[in-house]
Ligand binder design. Structure first.
Ligand code: DOR
Length: 416
């Protein structure tokens, strides 16, 4: 039994308490018993769900591993994380899915729901053993990091995954158009003399994929939309009633290609940072409901790798610990607390077809307490992630998680 006292629900100023028993919410404002944690006036929300994180295990544990990545997630207020399969080896084997789930269960941090590769070795040609991967516990199928160049394979994958009632998520960039682009193609890339990645690489690929959804009727989730044009295409597909969902990442809302003027590869990410007009347009998509959820694409690399020059450095920004504070500080007023929380809880659950997170009695006790007021400086040295550097170092943000409970157990509690 655990009771969290002195907490508010979003939209209310009343101080209440919530009692948790055997991994479930028992009820609100019950007589206090068992272990007590003082919520210190924070706001209680369902713990967040991350549909897109690179935890790098197996094989690249110098960048991140399950323990560091799931601790970082819990510190960011996440109760559930879908890990990407672009590891070494690739997660295309049911035994790896099972091993990841088993290992994560022993950690007592955020829950892990591993995604499995859609194709063997993420090579894009031969479908992986999708039904066995599902039976092993795979949450979804994706070749993220790779780009599903073979449309026929993706079509077959959609038919197969659809028959299993599983979601496929796609990294929608046309590799031939992206070519060697290391940043958004536009006036800034031209001024810097750096190879650009055009809007059409994303938009053309999203348009192709919408046709495959129309053909198959299967569920497709478009990852990390970065351009206004691609969002329009998704919106149009939704208007046709196609079973399409999409996510946007906070880095595409808060940073633009102007950041590359620093020539710092910390800003190199795929798809790339775009223009302010794109960022503004994506934010409108969060407001009008055409974007289904937020996801971070937490993509840790070693500092040495990210200190290479822009042409050589790998793509990726790792900031699962900052996602809520960043969004709340920058866009809290426009989005409102309820919408922001929905985009990180109910939104991802609906994409997956999972039960909607709730704070009612009987719901799983996966909750987060958020300090919406206190400004704190971002100090990457304190990150749980192995990637202890970030574009937002030194910024003052509000909305820090102070306590994350997963299955009724403390997965994170701020110490200072
Ligand atoms: O920026 C990215 N990093 N985009 C991807 O698609 C892959 C990811 C990674 O694995 O580092």
């Amino acid at each position: 039994m655990l009771t969290i006292t002195n907490i508010k629900r979003a939209g209310s100023d009343a101080l209440e308490s919530i009692t948790i028993e055997e991994g479930l919410i028992k009820g609100w404002n019950l007589p206090v018993e068992g272990k007590v944690i003082d919520g210190q006036g924070g706001t209680l929300a369902p713990a967040f769900t991350e549909l897109h994180a690179h935890l790098r295990e197996p094989g690249q544990t110098e960048k991140e591993d399950l323990a560091s990545g799931l601790a970082a997630a819990a510190a960011g207020g996440y109760g559930t994380v879908v890990s990407m399969p672009n590891t070494r080896p690739v997660v295309d084997d049911p035994a790896i899915v099972r091993a990841l789930i088993e290992k994560a269960q022993g950690l007592g941090l955020a829950r892990l729901r591993p995604a499995a590769a859609l194709t063997k070795g993420q090579q894009g040609e031969q479908l992986a053993e999708l039904s066995y991967l599902k039976a092993a516990g795979a949450a979804m199928f994706t070749d993220d990091g790779q780009t599903n160049e073979n449309a026929r394979t993706l079509r077959l994958g959609l038919e197969y995954a659809g028959s299993l009632d599983m979601v496929i998520s796609v990294h929608a960039e046309d590799a031939s158009l992206r070519a060697g682009g290391v940043m958004n193609e536009g006036p800034v890339s031209e001024a810097l003399g750096l190879p650009g990645n055009p809007v059409a690489a994303e938009a053309a690929r999203v348009a192709r994929d919408m046709e495959l959804v129309a053909q198959t009727g299967a569920r497709l989730h478009v990852q990390h939309l970065s351009t206004a044009r691609a969002l329009d295409i998704v919106r149009e597909a939704k208007g046709r009633g196609l079973p399409v969902t999409c996510e946007v990442c906070p880095h595409h809302l808060t940073l633009t290609d102007e950041a590359l003027r620093s020539f710092d590869a910390i800003y190199k990410v795929a798809p790339p940072l775009r223009t302010q007009a794109d960022a503004d347009y994506l934010l409108q998509g969060l407001l009008d409901g055409s974007v289904d959820c937020l996801a971070t694409d937490h993509a840790p690399h070693t500092r040495a790798e990210k200190e290479r020059d822009l042409l050589e450095a790998p793509s990726g920004i790792a900031y699962i610990e900052l996602a809520f504070p960043l969004m709340w500080t920058r866009f809290g007023e426009q989005l409102g607390l309820d919408r922001l929380i929905d985009l990180m809880t109910v939104g991802p659950a609906r994409v997956m077809g999972w039960p909607e997170p709730s704070l009612e009695a009987g719901a799983p006790a996966d909750v987060v307490v958020l300090d919406l007021q206190t400004e704190r400086e971002v100090n990457p040295a304190q990150f749980k992630s192995k990637a202890k550097f970030t574009p937002w170092a030194g910024e003052r943000l509000r909305g820090w998680p102070t306590l994350t409970i997963v299955a009724g157990q403390v997965a994170y509690q701020r110490q200072d």
